[in-house]
Ligand binder design. Structure first.
Ligand code: GLN
Length: 624
């Protein structure tokens, strides 16, 4: 994939060289960190593994990967080094996924040890304190070894490569060097063997552990790996679900309490981002739902943490207030609109008596438009907005068009609330959710009265459906009448009986079947139609519906002022209508000029009414 990644001379031109002024602020910030901290030469490279002494103390690289997979990098961000203890976090996650929480916690604790990473001390019940110290990490490798035997390292290697989004290498020289000198780890492993925390072939387990520590990564890799943890296990660069989401929080927890050796308490106090460091000079820091950071600088402080890496993390956290416990949010912003259908209507034009019912009962339909990712607190707020005894609107529309995500807690609370409302006779309609979406299934599965829950892709369709319910409930649909007399057409209001008769004479009766197209956008506009029975819909070629019309309404009337049809008109049902050709009408108009005046006045009134409706909708939305 990235051949150049292994080229250690590939140092990205850092800092304030090319295009600094136009770089995104975060890139500039990282470049500034690089410039400022590179001159800090304090600390020392690790020397207890002889091969690590060869590290170049000048190396300094930073990678940062956002939750949407954008990669920022500065300095030696593509210089490979051994992952060392940073591997512990990822191998712990793998062990949890592979053998399950129960077996892992039977073998390894989760308490901070307060001691150095290579301490041989165990808990009172003879388990390693936690998976971030050597004893716990060796135990993790042992658990994987119990499942995979000789293939344990291959599985670890593959998993870490998936976290990084590319095939990682291994530093054989470091591996050999640690194998030769790692007697302290050997002692720890044998002690664990004694207590049966490690089982089977101790040397093979140790070799798995030594080799996992010798996997080669770059600061950029660590950033991608961290971002994968920050993203509930989905690598945001490759899109692959690398690790089960339910083990991520456990992994980040032990990183929080024990990830930075015996500096962990100080770290979480000052920086507040779950992290893990290694003696190769790497640090990963993962801020859930925000970003992953990877740093590399082999100069270590007395706790074996990278000096410059610590500084970058501290600076980043301080500058952008990223401490994970410094969070707040205003849940009230999750409702951007809350209204009944007074003054607005679906795009279906109604018969006058139907419209009267809707005007009288406008508060029966309540629409709440939601926005943003909805969590526990946000949905709790929504449920309180829905409180009221008895519920004031029997039809509730919750619009989810602008909701990208609903947490499990949010779905639970909402499901309970909708069940309560359903029992009180309220039907809830969700809009802006697809039948296959997670939001839909999460809510549907938690509503105990599914009859009272409906779904529409489009808000307008939902409003129309709800209007139908109201009209039906108040008897409106019993008289879905035909109009045969042209005098009932709004466009022909105030015409004399002779004038009406003359127009009827000029018109031709047309019949269409359901699904037939009556008018096509783009065609010459040379006639208008008076609908006598059935329903038609006016739609843009894209399928967006502009209006639905019933008996007594006209369509194609814009032909009076337009040359071409601007939309399609489809028969929704069997349709009967009169078509009036404009050229015949024009001849008649010559003889009876006053008829033009009346029709134009009626047309203006119709257009004005449509404009008022459209403005009301725009107004309503901008009021929130
Ligand atoms: N391989 C190293 C060891 O076990 C890892 C230690 C570390 O990074 N803290 O000693």
């Amino acid at each position: 994939m990235d051949a150049q990644l292994h080229n250690s001379s590939n140092i990205i031109s850092p800092a304030r060289t090319t295009g600094y002024a136009t770089q995104p602020p975060l890139q500039r910030f990282l470049a500034d960190c690089y410039e400022e901290f590179r001159s800090d030469h304090s600390g020392a490279v690790a020397d207890y593994i002889p091969e690590l002494k060869r590290a170049d103390p000048a190396h300094f690289g930073i990678g940062l990967v956002t939750i949407d997979g954008h990669i920022y990098e500065v300095g030696d961000s593509r210089v490979p080094f051994t992952i060392q203890s940073v591997s512990k976090a990822f191998v712990f996650a793998l062990a949890l996924e592979l053998v399950g929480e129960e077996r892992v916690s039977a073998a390894i604790g989760v308490e901070p040890s307060g001691e150095a990473f290579n301490s041989i001390r165990l808990t009172n019940d003879n388990r390693p304190f936690n998976p971030m110290v050597n004893a716990g990490a060796i135990a993790c490798s042992g658990l994987i070894h119990q499942v995979d035997g000789k293939a344990a390292f291959a599985r670890i290697h593959e998993k870490l490569s998936q976290f990084a989004g590319r095939e990682l290498g291994v530093d054989d020289a470091v591996h050999a060097s640690e194998t030769e000198t790692g007697n302290r780890n050997r002692a720890i492993a044998w002690l664990l063997r004694n207590y049966l925390v490690v089982q089977g072939d101790v040397d093979a387990v140790l070799d798995t552990y030594f080799k996992q520590c010798a996997i080669l990564v770059t600061a950029r890799d660590l950033a991608v790996m961290a971002a994968t943890l920050a993203n509930r296990g989905v690598n945001p660069v490759t899109g692959v679900q690398v690790i089960a989401p339910n083990v991520v929080a456990r992994t980040l927890s032990v990183m929080t309490s024990s990830g930075m050796y015996d500096y962990a308490g100080e770290w979480i106090y000052r920086v507040g981002i779950p992290a893990k460091s290694g003696v190769g000079g790497g640090i990963v820091a993962a801020l859930p739902s925000q970003m992953g950071l990877g740093t590399f600088s082999p100069l270590l402080d007395g706790h074996f943490n990278s000096v410059r890496g610590l500084k970058v993390c501290e600076a980043l956290s301080a500058r952008f207030d990223l401490h994970m416990l410094n969070r707040s949010s205003d849940v009230r912003t999750c409702i951007i609109a809350d209204y009944d259908i007074f003054g607005i209507a679906s795009r279906r034009s109604r018969q006058p008596h139907e419209q009267q019912i809707l005007d009288d009962r406008h508060s029966d339909i309540r629409v709440i438009e939601l926005v943003g990712a909805l969590n526990f607190a946000a949905i709790d707020y929504v449920t309180r907005r829905l409180a009221g005894e008895p519920p004031n609107a029997p039809l509730l529309i919750l619009d989810f068009r602008r909701v990208p995500d609903l947490t499990a807690a949010g779905a639970q609370l909402l499901g309970e609330k909708l069940t309560i409302l359903g029992n009180a006779g309220v039907t809830t309609i969700l809009t802006g959710v697809e039948p296959t979406s997670q939001v839909w299934s999460a809510i549907r599965d938690r509503v105990l009265e599914p009859r009272r829950l409906r779904r529409f892709a489009l808000l307008d369709d939902a409003i129309e459906w709800a209007e139908d319910q109201v009209i039906y409930r108040y008897g409106g649909f019993t008289a879905q009448k035909e109009t045969t007399h042209l005098g009932e057409q709004a466009l022909l209001a105030e015409l004399d009986p002779e004038e009406i008769a003359a127009l009827a004479e000029l018109s031709t009766m047309r019949r269409y079947e359901a699904g037939q197209r009556i008018i096509s956008a783009g065609d010459p506009a040379n006639s208008l139609f008076f609908l006598q029975s059935g329903m038609v819909s006016v739609k843009l070629p894209s399928g967006v519906r502009l209006a639905s019309l019933g008996p007594g309404m006209e369509f194609g009337e814009m032909a009076i002022i337009e040359n071409r049809r601007s939309a399609d008109v489809w028969a929704d049902t069997a349709v009967k209508c009169l078509e009036l050709p404009l050229d015949a009408f024009a001849d008649y108009r010559q003889l009876h000029p006053q008829i033009s005046m009346k029709i134009m006045r009626n047309l203006s009134a119709l257009l004005a009414r449509r404009l008022i409706l459209a403005n009301a909708k725009v107004d309503l939305l901008s009021a929130y």
